[in-house]
Design a binder for this molecule. Structure first.
Ligand SMILES: Nc1ncnc2c1ncn2[C@@H]1O[C@H](COP(=O)(O)OP(=O)(O)OP(=O)(O)O)[C@@H](O)[C@H]1O
Ligand SMILES: [Mg+2]
Length: 339
């Protein structure tokens, strides 16, 4: 692996980049702010995220890759370019790049991503599937004829896959993930308390109060927003039980999706998964009580990958050293060169 090789996890919520042996060199929200009149990029990443909901009308702040699809090609290209230039320090080092793209992405959209990387000076661009990158990042040996299961709960999508011999055997992607959970919280607060809260508040409540296993009425969190009745700032004490109620449907959908992948997989591999357990990655892996809930509902052991938010990016970076094995005989399933 050369020191300039770059690995990119192009997530709907966060972009994480690794470089050479340095590991993770950038981790920022996938947000871009630009001037509508001049079409100039004003900020990307964290700086742009801070502008959400605080921007004047001539400045647009957007997440160009939302819900696992690229909603705006040009903006996605600009954003990726800015991030690559940020880590390369605008030097002409012509890196090789492996990008892990969201699973929903179409061929045309992935072409836009590859073009963006090329326009930022890349020599060669490869694409890798998320479950493969996540497994490599978590240090799982996927070269053998043994089944491993991964569930990556990101912002836009939950990706569930069973992997064996460097390839994806069965997989399923659903749009129920971090963002939809946040939206359910917003809806619940509106319906039950007539309280209007923003995306960032909903996300904070989810991180602080979530307990999917044994939610209690006593544990509460103060949620601040605007009363829909009086139009003034108000605060509501929300309990774990109520939060559970708010996001129960989303959780159920994720459980059912895992069950479906297990049902659709060859029995030998399902047997392996019974022994190996299931690996959770992505920010959603940190949902309070999730591992215990999976154990209780599906009867399989489950563990959270170390550094679960950066796991995919790390795997993308490590894939450079495994390129030969990944390419060998697994052309479409794993890493392939863009032509
Ligand atoms: N402690 C936590 N508890 C619950 N959810 C969390 C926690 N930390 C982060 N998240 C959620 O994880 C999600 C982001 O995860 P991640 O960075 O893996 O997504 P992504 O890779 O950008 O998205 P995708 O894989 O769908 O493209 C967000 O919805 C965020 O709210
Ligand atoms: Mg992701």
């Amino acid at each position: 692996m050369a020191n300039t090789d770059i690995g990119i996890d192009l997530g709907t919520s966060n972009i994480v980049m690794t470089m050479g042996n340095k590991g993770v060199v950038l981790s920022e929200p996938s947000v871009i702010a630009y001037n509508i009149r001049t079409e100039r990029v004003i900020a990307v990443g964290r700086q742009a995220y801070e502008m959400i909901g605080r921007n004047p009308s001539h400045i647009a702040v957007v997440r160009p890759i939302s819900e696992g699809v690229i909603s705006d090609d040009d903006l996605t290209q600009s954003m990726i370019r800015e991030f690559i230039l940020k880590v390369t320090g605008h030097q002409l080092i012509k890196p090789r790049i492996i990008i892990c793209i969201p699973s929903f992405i179409t061929d045309i959209e992935s072409r836009a991503v590859v073009e963006a990387a090329k326009s930022a000076g890349s020599r060669q661009v490869y694409l890798i599937q998320e479950p493969i990158a996540a497994m490599i990042g978590a240090g799982v040996n996927i070269t053998k004829a043994r089944g491993h299961m991964i569930v990556d709960i990101g912002g836009g999508t939950t990706d569930i896959a069973i992997v064996s011999m460097n390839g994806v055997v069965t997989s399923h992607t659903i749009k129920t993930a971090g963002n939809s959970i946040d939206r359910s919280i917003i809806k619940y607060m509106q319906n039950k308390y007539k309280l209007l809260i923003g995306e960032r508040t909903a996300e904070r409540v989810k991180k602080e109060l979530c307990n999917l296993y044994d939610p209690s009425r006593e544990v509460t969190y103060a949620v601040k927003g605007r009363s829909l009745l009086r139009g003034l700032p108000t605060q509501v004490l929300l309990s774990e039980t109520e939060l559970f109620e708010a996001i129960e449907d989303d959780t159920f959908i994720i459980m059912e999706a895992i069950r479906k992948v297990l049902e659709d997989s060859p029995p030998e591999l399902v047997g392996d998964i019974h022994d190996n357990g299931l690996l959770l990655t992505g920010g959603g892996a940190l949902l309070g009580g999730l591992t215990q809930l999976i154990k209780r509902t599906l009867g399989i052991e489950c563990r959270i990958a170390k550094d679960c938010i950066n796991c995919v990016a790390k795997g993308t970076g490590l894939a450079f050293s495994k390129m030969n094995t990944l390419l060998d005989g697994f052309e479409t399933a794993t890493v392939y060169k863009y032509r």
